[in-house]
Design a protein around this ligand. Structure first.
Ligand SMILES: O=C(O)CCC(=O)C(=O)O
Ligand SMILES: [Fe+2]
Length: 293
């Protein structure tokens, strides 16, 4: 099995525990049960965890792929507000959420580091994964995020690093924890702290200042799949202490519409470069809401 994953393109059956989660059988009751549980989590707290979806041998293969590509990680230490802005905004008071900046010191392995036959890419692009996740999110269909850098990534938190409180620009994110820290590196979130109509600045500020009201800490183990609505839920990965192992998470981005590409400025911030696709998409972009980012 390990050799299969390493030497030739893996199949869904090599990667996913199809016995427990028959993603390849749309009518199977065990799949329906997993979908129902995930829908419940997503409706109530904007988060679902599908425990042990990835087979243990496959988790090892995914981590090997991350370790092999770790030299391509774009690390950046920045002091950001929850909207990924780095500069103060004079329209708001100094003690406002918009003008509260915290350290983000993780790195991303970009999508173009994985070739099409890699286990990570096969898992990301499996149609059974996209349709399962779409059902969990109760949306008609999903497409792999077409961004060549941000579609498939790994989030790397080396010892000493943290990914501070922020919102995602995508409505939801899909994460597979691949290697956990010995300590820290915990995913924490505040469900629905803002909405498309309400910025929720006061509640956000309280969390940035260390308040714990509404904060959930997720129990996530390697091989678990997390589906998370990060557009409206403030979230972070807590600091990995300097004496711990690194934390590695594969992040799969899917979009409702095909052909979506990320913003130029954000791409440069996260990956240190942009591709021609990003510049072209910037021209054509249509905003979907009026939120700050
Ligand atoms: O590494 C994770 O679990 C998620 C990190 C995150 O929130 C992000 O990449 O936007
Ligand atoms: Fe995020």
């Amino acid at each position: 099995m390990t050799d299969t994953v390493r030497d030739q393109a893996a199949t869904l059956a090599d990667l996913v525990d199809l016995e427990a989660y028959p993603l390849d059988q749309p009518e199977h009751p065990r799949r329906a049960e997993a979908v129902a549980q995930a829908q419940d989590g997503l409706r109530t707290v904007g988060c679902a965890v599908i425990k042990d979806l990835i087979r243990p041998e496959a988790v090892a293969a995914l981590d090997r792929e991350i370790v092999e590509r770790k030299h391509t990680t774009h690390y950046s230490t920045q002091v950001i507000n929850p909207y990924f802005h780095v500069d103060p905004n004079p329209e708001y008071p100094d003690d406002h959420a918009v003008n509260t900046f915290l350290e983000r010191s993780s790195g991303f392995i970009p999508g173009d580091s994985w070739e099409a036959s890699s286990a990570t890419d096969v898992l990301f692009r499996a149609p059974e994964m996209a349709s399962f996740i779409a059902e969990c999110l109760e949306i008609p269909e999903l497409h792999c995020y077409a961004d060549p850098l941000a579609g498939l990534t790994a989030n790397i938190l080396d010892p000493g690093q943290q990914f501070t409180w922020h919102f995602d620009t995508n409505d939801f994110a899909v994460t597979v924890l691949v290697a956990e820290a010995d300590e820290g590196g915990l995913f924490e979130y505040v469900p629905g702290i803002r909405s498309a109509e309400d910025e929720g600045f006061d509640a956000i500020k309280a969390v940035l200042d260390g308040g714990r009201a509404g904060v959930h800490t997720l129990e996530l183990r390697p091989g678990d799949l997390q589906i998370f609505r990060g557009r409206y839920s403030l979230h972070r990965v807590s600091r990995v202490p300097s004496h711990s192992r690194a934390r590695h998470a594969a992040i799969f981005a899917y979009t409702r519409e095909p052909g979506v590409i990320g913003r130029v400025e954000r791409t440069r911030q996260l990956f240190g470069r942009v591709l021609p696709e990003h510049l072209a998409a910037e021209e054509a972009r249509v905003r979907s809401d009026e939120l700050l980012d």
